[in-house]
Write a protein that binds this ligand. Sequence first.
Ligand code: AMP
Length: 186
Amino acid sequence: MRIIIFGPPGAGKGTQAKMVADHLGIVHLSTGKLFREAINAGTELGNIVKSFIDEGHLVPDQTVVDMVEQTIAGDEYKDGYVIDGFPRTVEQAVAFDHLLERRNEVVDAFISLHAPDEELIQRLLSRGEGRSDDTEEKIKTRLDVYKEETAPVMEYYQQAGMFRSVDGTGSIEEIYQRILSALPKR
Ligand code: AMP
């Protein structure tokens, strides 16, 4: 199964994607996490993406799509994955579809988490992971970027008929149970 966990910054995508992946026995793929690892390792990719991430802006589409393509070519991804943080633009969604088409694969579910802005901001400010983009100013930029560039991705998957909206408020466990109920039956 290939599942996308979608939502604004602070919606809990990473936490939930990891839990769902463990539950299904498939891998978790987080583009943001892969970028942060590249930055920490000082790789060429890390150098390219660092300033975009530090500023709360999106990494250019082609850079993200190339990284996803290389990543899912890995053997451990062949049985499926739960992806979070991608696609973040309609262009990425289109490129991802083409990429999957070439591999004879499809997205099985698109789970969209939603929560009010005040709750998202509170969660990001209090998560204490020491991320360079978790400051009040950068959080505001990321929410603006989400609304302008990322939210239209929902419509793309709505038209494709696989969109499922899930209430992202409440405890981690409550949200997790709602996601499990929204997943297609295997
Ligand atoms: P995240 O860990 O998903 O919050 O991502 C952290 C940062 O990585 C984002 O604010 C972007 O700068 C960058 N990033 C992660 N995924 C993408 C993506 N699909 N497209 C563009 N930028 C991304």
